[in-house]
Ligand binder design. Structure first.
Ligand code: NDP
Length: 245
């Protein structure tokens, strides 16, 4: 199936920012979207907004650090819509600190959400895609998967891992499956809420205010990858503000 119309697309981290923008854009172009995140109070109005506009959407409370939740999201898509065409593993978290501070709990949370969350997506969807004979993984990395700055070693490490795992998956996937990495640069979302240190937060917020792009720009890159013919795999798209160094 080429295009976006009628595709069944599951999205993690759909309750805000890039995931929410992707849900709105893809549903607006005729996809059936299955939305996962922890905050139901944000997913419910989103599903209502999509369905009121004539689209099709379902939701499932999904914490991507719980393997069974991610499996449940994929299962919901298959049970209610009959198949899964695309899994967008987009949920992500940010914590910044120099390694010297030994914030081991933060490191573990980053690994659990950003790496294991993507792996649980693969564990849930790969058997489904193999059985169907088609399927498309889209994993959200970051420009931090290309460029490391002090204070972001662990976050960057998780996003390097997303790229590495995605490339390994692509090589093993064979002709039937597609794998895309989307690497956003600074994007205007709630992402900075994760930054606890007030000084770092203020610095990021200032740059964000000046240069960040809208989450819809990232959603459009996802749509571009999805709408290609089945034999065209968009490997990675880096989308960043023109002003980002
Ligand atoms: P937001 O904070 O707006 O959105 C993050 C999303 O991830 C939310 O929907 C949140 O939902 C979800 N999420 C976080 N932890 C979990 C979890 N354990 N289980 C399920 N969902 C979770 O930020 P963005 O939209 O910016 O982030 C989306 C992706 O984009 C992330 O992977 C991020 O790393 C990446 N990115 C963002 C950049 C930016 O500048 N904004 C730059 C580069 C990459 P909930 O809390 O409801 O569970």
């Amino acid at each position: 199936m080429t295009g976006i119309q009628d595709k069944v697309i599951a999205i993690t981290g759909a309750s805000s920012g890039i995931g929410e923008a992707a849900a709105l854009l893809l549903a607006g172009r005729g996809a059936k979207v299955v939305l996962g995140a922890r905050r139901l109070e944000r997913l419910e109005p989103l599903v209502e907004r999509i369905t009121k506009a004539g689209g099709q959407a379902l939701l499932a409370r999904t914490d991507v650090t719980r393997r069974e939740d991610v499996a449940g999201l994929v299962r919901l898509a298959c049970e209610r819509y009959g198949r899964l065409d695309v899994l967008i593993s987009n949920a992500g978290s940010l914590a910044t600190s120099p390694l010297d501070e030994l914030r081991v709990d933060d490191w573990e949370a980053l690994v659990d959400t950003n790496i294991k969350g993507v792996l649980y997506g693969i564990a849930a969807a790969l058997p489904v895609f193999r059985k169907q004979g088609f399927g498309h993984f889209i994993n959200t990395a970051s420009t931090s998967a290309h460029r490391i700055v002090p204070g972001q070693a662990v976050y960057a490490g998780t996003k390097f891992a997303v790229r590495a795992i995605s490339e390994g998956l692509r090589q093993e996937a064979g002709a039937a499956l597609r794998v895309t990495v989307i690497s956003p640069g600074m994007t205007r979302t709630n992402f900075l809420e994760h930054v606890k240190d007030p000084e770092t937060h203020a610095r990021f917020a200032e740059t964000m205010e000046k240069i960040a792009i809208a989450p819809d720009a990232i959603a459009r890159a996802m749509a571009f990858a999805i709408e290609q013919p089945a034999d065209v795999d968009v490997g990675e798209v880096i989308v960043r503000p023109t002003a980002q160094g």
